[in-house]
Design a protein around this ligand. Sequence first.
Ligand code: ZN
Length: 453
Amino acid sequence: MLIKNAVLINEKEKRKCSVRIADGKIKEIATQLEAEKEEHVIDASGYYLLPGGIDVHTHIEMPCGNLVSSDDYDAGTKAAVWGGTTTVMDFAEYDKGEKLQDGLDRWMTKSEGKSYCDYSFHMTVSGWDETTEEQIHKIKSQGITSFKAYTAYQDDIGVNDKELFRILKCMKKIGGLLCVHCENGPVLECLQADLKHVNPGRIRNHPESRPNLVEKEAVSRVIDLAAIVDVPVYIVHVSTKEAVEVIRKAKAKGQKVYAETCPQYLLLDEEAYNLPGFESAKYVLSPPLRKKEDQKALWEALKDGTIDVVSTDHCSFNYHGQKDYGKEDFTQIPNGIPGIENRMKLMLTYGIRHGISLEKIVKVCSAAPAKIFGLYPKKGVLKIGSDADMILIKQEKAHSVTWAELHQRVDYTPYEGMEEEWEIPYVFVHGTCVVDHETWSGKKHLGRFQKCI
Ligand SMILES: [Zn+2]
């Protein structure tokens, strides 16, 4: 297949050229390429050609108490591809009493043969005993090089400081990267209990029990613990101006800290907790939505490189039948919002409005995640030999996001009514044109598990 006359965008490159793809890879890139006999040609004049998006923070078909997040691999990855994302990295988890391998095996089974785009995993580590190091080693030998720890939810999936420190030391030993959810769990649980005692059904209790400093304190502690061990660390879903400041200082001192934020923290704010009735439950996620001043700090951090990655933390729960599980008790509202399908268009629209270049959008949504998690240059860049996971994009008239147009398996979108002014009319997965304007032609599940290096 030949894509002619596109403007190719990589993180440090912008040029008009034609691209030939064969056997799922990029075969040739040149200013002019002539079509071979019977070759399928797409004239991409007026379009930009970008590497497909890489979303390194998703929770597909994830158990949460008695519930399971509403997208499975079939639905979640289909929505990802519709939205221009061609690789996802999901969090694999194990249950109490199980080995890490049991959790990984379960995630492998859920995803195999059911994914429309390539995928890999970060392995959650939710405790520590004398066998954990060997277990982590075994997981790494299977191509999983990044792990996850939660400083919240210590009674469930989270870890205390001692366990966290052991995991960081293990990362240093094996050359792994730890992603950390940073909130002070014990403190927010105290705040939750006090608020619940007064009025358990009030949704504003959710943000009020997780103030900015609950995040900042944990970010600061985790960065210091990583400094003691002298190991890189990746802070997931940064949401506050205070945490941004801590990360900026650590980076300035030369510490290897990676930071991620998500479109919801850049674009939505705590006003969402003032909606009538139970509507605000649609915005219950952790960390919660913050103030405009936090948004401003996050955009600045994205621009100056303090934040490296924009991913989604996609974790869908239906408003009817799942979110309402917590109608009488705000602590029982399943945490999470959908966004896997919206990230690229929202970042193109609002990123550019904030003065961010297309190259930078490729960097934070594709190239940097691929580099940090060991998928580069197979993914995250358009160059000869790379996977032909690509999108053709075009600026159009602004229109409103509506749930009815989306493909995620969930009954609402938190971005309802927001503007999008970029279209992604073509999406290629392994060189196959899976999305062609409104037509889906992904007949097969082309996604394969990707080993990270
Ligand atoms: Zn998450």
